[in-house]
Write a protein that binds this ligand. Sequence first.
Ligand SMILES: Cc1cc2nc3c(=O)[nH]c(=O)nc-3n(C[C@H](O)[C@H](O)[C@H](O)COP(=O)(O)OP(=O)(O)OC[C@H]3O[C@@H](n4cnc5c(N)ncnc54)[C@H](O)[C@@H]3O)c2cc1C
Length: 384
Amino acid sequence: MDFALSDEQIMFRDSVAAFARKELADGALARAHSHEFPHDVARKMSAAGLLGILLPEEDGGAGGTLMDAVLAIEQIAVYCPRSADVIQEGNFGAIRVLAQFANADQKTRFLKPLLRGEEVIAVAMTEPDAGSATTDLTTTAVPDGKGFRVSGTKVFPNPHADQYLVYVRYGPGVGGIGSVMIRRGAKGFTVAKPSKFMSDNEWAPLYFDNVYVPPEDVLLPAGGFKKQISGFNAERIGNASRSLAYGRYCYNLAREYVMTRKQFGRPLCEFQGLQWKFAEMKIQLDAAQLLLYRAATNADRGFPAADETTIAKLFCNKAGFEICNEAMQCMGGLGYTRETLVEYCFRRSRGWMIAGGSLEMLKNRLAEVIFERRFSQRPPKTAG
Ligand SMILES: Cc1cc2nc3c(=O)[nH]c(=O)nc-3n(C[C@H](O)[C@H](O)[C@H](O)COP(=O)(O)OP(=O)(O)OC[C@H]3O[C@@H](n4cnc5c(N)ncnc54)[C@H](O)[C@@H]3O)c2cc1C
């Protein structure tokens, strides 16, 4: 077993770090506090080959691995935490499901603009009455000629995306679920007034009122749910990577701070109360990284395994958030201000314990792996 990165991985990591230092370090604070998606960053990343890192070259990708994409997100976040979102959108999120299941025509119309950094995609999965219970979704896709009419409401996605990968119900049960692509501006599709998460990121309800989806915009027909969810494991690796990267960002900043800030005539790092916090943070960082790298490395160019992804996301989400929190404590009042990005990382990493599979739902899934049986979360059926 080898815990070291290969020479190619080191070269790739260093080249991403050089890109981030040159292009992203300036303006990191302003970018984090802006509500705009950093489209300029997306175009630069596209030019640098950082969108579609693990997609095949024939699809416009770089032909890399999931581990390469993890290295990229980590290096970008070191210099600009907000820009790590662009790596997420361009490599781990809905784009992965799209790239995996789209036909050639769909790749041209939907995937290519994403890889050029011109458009943003979001997944529209959660509904007011179908959160953790995703399979309770009621957004319907009713046949109309060769296409479908989509009606329903989604909550929590990015309201500024250009295209939405929408989970829909073609028929009853889990087997009736699949997905369609719907563009912003489609007739009958309304993006409501945005609200804000604690992170300051915006979300909005999406209303689909009899929206016509032509047959060529169907991504996965009925029976596609399992495929969509296996693709979602890639999104979870990105989510875990950002949690860890944000924790590392705060750890690095707090480490510098306690080596220079003096109280009682001594640098803060000489107080054992803080030294032990850093020891705990370091252990969490190393452990989280090993679990994340295991899941990413074993996936190579495919989707990561569900159980390794579950463990990595759980651990990274918790470790990342706790490290942001402890780093803030070590930086005193300054850590709690908007003059540094520690409070931003704290707010953002809190959300990832809910998004992309909450910690509780991941533990449910892990229990099924441990006991090798399924535990239905539904109420027991009453006899008769
Ligand atoms: C930052 C952020 C970004 C998001 N982005 C998107 C997006 O782009 N697109 C999208 O479609 N959705 C998005 N979501 C929504 C997200 O997927 C849901 O919030 C998540 O699935 C939980 O659903 P819910 O909020 O309805 O909570 P609920 O399902 O109502 O759960 C509430 C609480 O109960 C717990 N719980 C529920 N069932 C169980 C159970 N069986 N066992 C134990 N505990 C349980 C949950 O873990 C949670 O703690 C986002 C959410 C956040 C926070």
